[in-house]
Write a protein that binds this ligand. Structure first.
Ligand code: UD1
Length: 364
C-alpha cells in the first residue's frame, strides 16, 4: 500500500513525524512525503525536520506565502500533477492549515482516499480561516482520526458516517512524549537573562485576530510589558507577528520582555515545560501545556480544543486585557512547579500514531 503524506506549515511537522515512524513499522506500506512549502524559512521548517528526525520530503511544491485564495490555489495546482504521478492509495493530511484543505480538495476530485489526522475539532467561529479548513477537510475525508470524544461528536452532528471515525488520541502528544527528555537537555539558558531561568512567562501570538489588529496588538504588548515587571516574559516571535511589530515600530522597553526569533521544537518544548505560565493563541500549545500541567492563558474568545479547558490547564481570557492580567497574577500567586498535575485526557498517551497505522494497515 502506498501512503502519501502532505505537510506544509510548522504545526504539521510534529503531527506527521510520529505517523511516518509508525507506518514505517508496517513492511507492506510504502510512504511518500510531500511538503507544500507553505512555510519555507529554515526556522519554521528545516529545523523541525532535523529535530523530529523526519525523512527529507520526496517533493517540495515551493508555494510560499500569499492570500488565502492564492496560497490554496497554488498548492492545489502544484499538488495535482504530483498526485497523478505518484498515484498513492491514501493521502494523509494534518491539522487545519491551508495545505491541509488544498490537498484534500485535490484528492477528492481525483477520487483518491483521504485520511485527516486531527479531525473533528471545531471552534464554531467561521471568522477563523482554520475553521473553514477543518469543516471542508472533514467533509472530504474517508478516514477521520480524532484526538478526543468532542471530535467524534462534532463529526456525527455534521452527518459524517460513524464508520469513518477513528478516535486515536493526539499525535502531537506522541512527539512530545518521545522528545521531552531530549528537550530537557536543550533548555536555552543563553536566551534568558540570568535571573529568568527560575520564573518566566512564555508567550506566542500569531493569529490574525490578535496580530493583524494593530491597536489591539499594541494593548496586548502593554499588558506583557506590565507583566514583565513581575517576571521575565519570553516571546519567540512568528514571522507574521514580526512584520506587524515592525509596522508598529515596537521596541520592547523592559529588558525583561524578551523578543526572540522563532525557536526550534526542542528548545521551545524545554521552555514550555518550565514556564510559570504560557500566554498564547496557538492551538497546539493549548494541548501541550495541558499535557505538561503548565497553566495556559489563551488570548482567544473560543477554542476548538475544549478538552484542554475541561480536563487541562487552559483558560480562555478572550479579548479582555484585564482578565488576562488578573489571571496571570492569580497564577503567579499560586504557582509552584511541584504542585503541577499532568494530563488526564484519555488516549493522549504517546501511542496515537500507532493506532492510526493499525487502522490503515487493516484497510490495506
Ligand atoms: C499558518 C496556519 C496557522 C498555523 C500557523 C503556524 C493557515 C491558514 N494558517 O499561519 O493555522 O497556526 O501557520 O505557524 O494555514 N512567513 C515567513 N516565513 C515562513 C512562513 C511564513 O516569513 O516560513 C510569513 C509570510 O510573510 C506570510 C506570513 O508569515 O505571509 C503568514 O504565513 P502563512 O503561511 O500565510 O500563515 P501563518 O500565519 O503562518
Amino acid at each position: 500500500m502506498h501512503v502519501l503524506h502532505v505537510v506544509g506549515a510548522r504545526p504539521n511537522f510534529m503531527k506527521a513525524a510520529p505517523v511516518l515512524r509508525a507506518l514505517a513499522q508496517h513492511p507492506h506500506v510504502r510512504q511518500t512525503l510531500v511538503h507544500t512549502g507553505q512555510h519555507y524559512d529554515a526556522a519554521m521548517s528545516d529545523v523541525f525536520f532535523q529535530q523530529l528526525e523526519m525523512p527529507a520530503p520526496d517533493c517540495n511544491l515551493g508555494v510560499g506565502s500569499g492570500s488565502h485564495a492564492q496560497q490554496t490555489a497554488a498548492i492545489m495546482t502544484a499538488f495535482e500533477p504530483v498526485l497523478l504521478d505518484r498515484a498513492p492509495e491514501l493521502v494523509l493530511v494534518y491539522g487545519d492549515v491551508n495545505s491541509t484543505v488544498a490537498a484534500a480538495m485535490v484528492c477528492s476530485k481525483l477520487n483518491v482516499r483521504v485520511g485527516h489526522v486531527e479531525a473533528g475539532l471545531r471552534s464554531r467561529d467561521r471568522r477563523m480561516p482554520e475553521e473553514i479548513n477543518r469543516l471542508l477537510t472533514d467533509q472530504l475525508s474517508d478516514l477521520l482520526f480524532t484526538p478526543s470524544s468532542d471530535g467524534d461528536e462534532n463529526l456525527l452532528r455534521e452527518g459524517i458516517d460513524a464508520a469513518k471515525i477513528h478516535r486515536v488520541g493526539n499525535v502531537m502528544i506522541d512527539t512530545l512524549v518521545r522528545l521531552l527528555a531530549h528537550a530537557e537537555a536543550r533548555f536555552p539558558n543563553d536566551l534568558l537573562p540570568n535571573d529568568a531561568s527560575s520564573s518566566y512567562a512564555l508567550v506566542t501570538l500569531h493569529r490574525p485576530s490578535n496580530v493583524d489588529d494593530l491597536p489591539w496588538l499594541r494593548e496586548l504588548l502593554e499588558v506583557l510589558g506590565r507583566l514583565s515587571a513581575q517576571l521575565t516574559v519570553v516571546f519567540p516571535v512568528h514571522p507574521r507577528t514580526r512584520q506587524r511589530l515592525e509596522s508598529l515600530g515596537f521596541i520592547a522597553e523592559s529588558p525583561r520582555l524578551r523578543l526572540l526569533e522563532p525557536l526550534p521544537y526542542l528548545e521551545f518544548l524545554a521552555l514550555q515545560r518550565r514556564a510559570a505560565m504560557v500566554i498564547t493563541d496557538s492551538g497546539g500549545i493549548q494541548e501541550e501545556t495541558t499535557f505538561l500541567g503548565v497553566p495556559c492563558l489563551t488570548v482567544r474568545e473560543n477554542t476548538e480544543r475544549p478538552i484542554t479547558i475541561t480536563h487541562g490547564t487552559n483558560q480562555l481570557v478572550g479579548r479582555d486585557l484585564n482578565r488576562l492580567q488578573t489571571a496571570a497574577e492569580k497564577i503567579l500567586k499560586r504557582n509552584s512547579e511541584e504542585s503541577r498535575q499532568g494530563c488526564a485526557v484519555p488516549l493522549w498517551d504517546g501511542h496515537a500514531a500507532e493506532r492510526i497505522a493499525d487502522v490503515i494497515a487493516r484497510k490495506a
